[in-house]
Design a protein around this ligand. Structure first.
Ligand code: TYR
Length: 472
């Protein structure tokens, strides 16, 4: 008998003796093992496979940090789990059920964990509900003057209150109980009830908009392809939704529905970039393969935050409403949202690819690609450099992840030429759409598809402590 399964049966026996009374908050006799991310060692539960999240949320007072709802998780296990351990910094939990029966749980806000005292074995599946209400948790960003997670934008004289999620890397746990690591992507059904006059927007395709008691409305979205928890889009605002003609760039030429959401009173010209979204989808799918989701667009937000590649619905601040940023966030739909990270240290696999897409777009517009690459190289030369796999939280979104990451791809492209490079990008998306990717996987993919010279070129860019020569 292997040690984990021995522990699982022993722990299950122990638990049934120790825990009486659903909803109690006993001292937990067993602890869960985290995923072991090299940057965020406490996130997630190893062996937990959340397959689907069904969210039923109420935003009664938009613009505040109040949130209530029920999250229903469909969970499986890839190893015996003595208990379920979710990441959650959010509102107070009022009740938990396991396959329809009340289940004992422990909410430890300081540790950011919600443990549910039920075991799960490989091959089993369980349905877990978590009901909560109150004020969302906080997760300060190490660099930016903001908390990642659920954003509350208070009403001012000009605009109504609004909310949205800005959760990369681990802000979703501020408001939802989740396995908050990109290596466990899941599908989502998101139902949001908002007061009269408000609109909710979320990742996926809107399947329903119904009147709710009290004059509000309930909006329902289906996100049918798995996405990482941080990439879930969720917005509440007095939006105007603008639909545009679908773009036939989905799998097998399927139509990708087009919708954008705009708050009222935007500065003149803010919407202009978004009229190019269909062209962006067409150019990028030429390089990367079919667009991986059923819909795409942007939701514009007024605070001066960075843009974020939330799945099917990029979160775009007014001040970054330009085509370059739109191209970057759209590219992330393939790189980050569909091909997910195995570890946060490999975030250059998201940011380097998305930055590279800016070059592909510019060249498609007839711009001088060589000048752009030289500009990147100069910029990289002016910043501290490092190997591409990040060693600390502060490195995740630095110049190396974005610019040196993009230059690494340029080194591959100049080694093999455009046609092979295009097949390589498409091959990467196809091979890693259903398993998390790490830098070592990209090196192996490069060798397999393009040979030893291309792998050596990429390896120099991923591993050298200094900046390699300009790839020409
Ligand atoms: N991934 C974003 C980009 O496209 C940057 C970002 C990072 C935005 C963390 C928000 C955030 O919380 O470059």
């Amino acid at each position: 008998m292997s040690r984990p399964s021995f522990c699982a049966s022993l722990c299950a026996a122990l638990l049934s003796v120790l825990l009486v009374g659903a909803g109690a908050q006993p001292a937990s006799p067993v602890t869960a093992q985290s995923i072991g991310d090299s940057i965020y060692p406490r996130l997630g539960q190893a062996g937990l496979d959340v397959r689907h999240y069904a969210l039923d949320l109420n935003v009664d007072r938009p613009g505040t940090s109040e949130l209530s709802g029920v999250v229903t998780l469909t969970v499986g296990a890839t190893r015996p789990l003595p208990l379920l351990s979710l990441d959650f910094l959010g509102p107070a939990v009022a009740a938990v059920t396991w396959n329809g029966q009340p289940a004992p749980y422990r909410q430890d806000r300081a540790a950011g964990k919600l443990s549910i005292q039920r075991s799960l074995r490989p091959g089993e599946q369980a349905t877990v509900t978590v009901r909560f209400a109150g004020t969302v948790g906080r997760r300060p960003d190490p660099e930016l003057p903001l908390d990642v997670g659920w954003q509350a934008v208070a009403a001012d004289g000009k605009r109504p209150g609004a909310n949205f999620t800005l959760s990369e890397p681990d802000g979703t746990r501020t408001f939802l109980p989740v396995n908050d690591h990109p290596s466990d992507p899941a599908t989502f059904t998101t139902r949001v009830t908002v007061p009269a006059g408000y609109v909710a927007a979320a990742s996926g395709v809107q399947v329903l908009a119904q009147a709710a008691p009290g004059g509000g409305q309930t909006f329902t979205f289906e996100q049918a392809q798995p996405i990482p928890t941080y990439a879930l889009a969720l917005h509440v605002n007095r939006f105007e939704r603008q639909d545009s003609p679908a773009v036939p760039v989905g799998v097998g030429g399927a139509a990708v529905a087009r919708r954008d959401y705009f708050p009222s009173d935007l500065p003149d010209g803010t919407r202009d970039a978004y009229t190019r979204t269909g062209e962006v989808l067409t150019v990028l799918s030429g390089w990367f393969g079919p667009f991986p989701f059923g819909a795409y667009g942007s939701a514009v937000v007024t605070p001066g935050i960075p843009a974020l590649e939330t799945a099917t619905l990029s979160t775009m601040p007014v001040r970054a409403s330009n085509v370059r940023v739109l191209v970057h966030e759209t590219a992330h739909q393939w790189f980050g949202d569909r091909v997910v990270l195995g570890d946060w240290a490999d975030v250059w696999l998201n940011e380097g690819f998305a930055t590279y897409a800016e070059l592909l777009w510019a060249q498609a517009q007839g711009e001088d690609g060589a000048a752009i690459v030289r500009g990147w190289y100069d910029r990289a030369g002016r910043s501290p450099t490092r190997p591409l796999v990040a060693a600390s939280e502060r490195q995740l979104f630095d110049t190396t992840s974005y610019i040196r990451g993009a230059l690494a791809l340029q080194a591959v492209r100049v080694t093999v030429g455009d046609a092979a490079f295009q097949a390589y990008l498409r091959g990467w998306v196809a091979a890693f759409s259903d398993r998390p990717a790490r830098t070592a996987d990209l090196l192996a993919h490069t060798r397999r598809q393009l040979g030893a010279d291309a792998e050596a070129a990429l390896r120099l860019w991923t591993e050298s402590p200094t900046l390699p020569p300009l790839p020409e």
